[in-house]
Design a protein. Structure first.
Length: 156
């Protein structure tokens, strides 16, 4: 790594530095994954108020890069190729969309919902955090409970 650091430090411009990074496969993968992890962590800090520690980031980057380089593919990632698009409900019907997330390492979760009418106009939204939940389904249940509470306020 020290040789790489010296090589990058010797580059005359940012463009030359990026060209050097992107020239070789292991370096390119490590650079891109590191930037992605840092960006994701930055967003977690900005939007959730907390992120991963430096050692957690380093372990995650190392593990992800290893899986990419050795297994020639993303680790344990299954993605749907379907293009999912929101569809309007029939006139006179309200449509609920909700989602929840869970951080197993911290045993916390968050949820949110949005209710829209047939024109796509927002009728009601809600969001929240859950603390000390044993499983991720609890956040989804909190979302549904909040939806029921919100729906009651609307007279539904």
């Amino acid at each position: 790594m020290e040789g790489l650091r010296q090589n990058l430090a010797a580059q005359a411009s940012a463009r030359d530095t990026v060209a050097t990074i992107l020239k070789e496969e292991p370096i390119r993968t490590h650079a891109v994954v590191t930037l992605w992890f840092l960006w994701t962590n930055r967003n977690a800090i900005r939007h959730e108020g907390r992120g991963r520690s430096g050692s957690e980031l380093a372990r995650g980057i190392k593990s992800y890069c290893h899986d990419l380089l050795v297994n020639q593919g993303a680790p344990n990632v299954q993605r749907s190729q379907a293009n999912v698009k929101w569809c309007r409900p029939p006139e006179g019907v309200l449509k609920l969309n909700c989602d929840a997330s869970f951080r197993a390492d911290e045993n916390t979760g968050s949820w949110g919902f949005i209710i829209r009418d047939h024109d796509g106009d927002v009728v009601l939204t809600g969001r929240g955090k859950t603390e000390s939940r044993a499983e991720c389904f609890s956040s989804g249940a909190d979302c549904m409970h909040a939806r029921r509470s919100g729906g009651t306020e609307l007279g539904n």
